[in-house]
Design a protein around this ligand. Structure first.
Ligand code: GAR
Length: 290
């Protein structure tokens, strides 16, 4: 049940417990203030019941919501609680519903596509985020089957026009793509694409950047390098994409331990588990906060 709620809220484990704490603190504070106001107004058992109900309603509708926003902001969760309040006010018809724009994502992937599969499943019923296109440069890649099973259109690309031409920006525009997710895509992203999608391209890298990134560092090669170097931990980095391999600003990292018996394969499994757990949720957080 807690897991379902966490998924619905689109937050990670840490945020989830902070949000819980904000709700708990708000409940306690509201109850204390209500008691104080009741005494201050001189209300007692003899007070007409409707006045008491009115006071409680006012505290619930105004006081509670205000205090919730305050605790949310103090605990660093303003975006979550502001979205929560807006939803509530819209439900109560205090705010009018603004038609929400759909963000159309293109996933660039050329491998097995396990991350693409998790992202597709995560956003399947999302009201404002849609996986609109899979972009792939490798005929026969597993991700193509995933696209076909989910009825997602595919754009097959070739190196020359991608790296030296317009980087398929015309095709992406024709598919009304707003945001690009690299999930196991190994070619360098050319300037033409970065210019067309400023701050709208993210990548996942299977190590803790800035270490073990750069040209030629992908998949098993990364894990072999990490193990050979005798690292005690590795992890995943979700980062913005710029013209240099794996050098854009880091958005999120998560770590895992490396045991003495770990091989590149067993480490790859740990990394994939981390990616599947965090990548879809971090994308949702990023896209809904924009
Ligand atoms: C993922 O582990 C991703 O981090 C890595 O390729 C794998 C793709 O797996 N990306 C890189 O190494 C980029 N430098 P998937 O096809 O099963 O999602």
């Amino acid at each position: 049940m807690l897991r379902g709620l966490r998924k619905k809220w689109g937050v990670n484990n840490r945020q989830f417990w902070i949000i819980f704490l904000a709700f708990a603190l708000t409940g306690t504070t509201t109850a204390m203030i209500t008691r104080y106001v009741t005494t201050w107004l001189g209300m007692s058992a003899e007070t007409y019941w409707a006045w008491k109900v009115l006071l409680r309603l006012a505290m619930l509708l105004v006081g509670y919501q205000g205090i919730l926003l305050l605790y949310g902001a103090l605990l660093g969760q303003w975006p979550f609680f502001w979205k929560y309040e807006k939803k509530l006010l819209t439900k109560l018809k205090i705010l009018s519903e603004t038609p929400s724009k759909i963000t159309r994502l293109a996933i660039f992937a050329s491998g097995a596509g396990s991350n693409a599969a998790k992202i597709i499943a995560h956003f399947e019923h999302h009201p404002t985020i849609k996986i609109a296109l899979i972009v792939c440069n490798k005929p026969g890649a597993g991700v193509l089957t995933i696209a076909s099973n989910n009825q997602i259109p595919v754009l097959m690309i070739e190196k020359e026009p991608f790296l030296k031409g317009d980087a398929y920006t015309a095709e992406l525009a024709a598919n009304a793509i707003d945001f690009i997710v690299l999930a196991g895509f190994l070619w360098k992203i050319p300037a033409a694409l970065i210019e067309a999608y400023p701050n709208k391209i993210v990548n996942i890298h299977p190590a803790l950047l800035p270490k073990y990134g750069g040209k030629g560092m992908y998949g098993a090669k990364v894990h072999e390098a990490v193990i050979t170097a005798g690292e005690k931990e590795s992890g995943i980095s979700i980062h913005w994409v710029n013209e240099h391999y794996d050098e854009g600003g880091i958005i999120f990292q998560a770590t895992c331990n490396i045991d003495p018996l770990d091989t590149a394969d067993s480490l790859a499994n740990k990394i994939h588990a981390l990616e599947h757990l965090h990548f879809p949720m971090q994308l949702e957080r990023l896209l809904t906060a924009q």
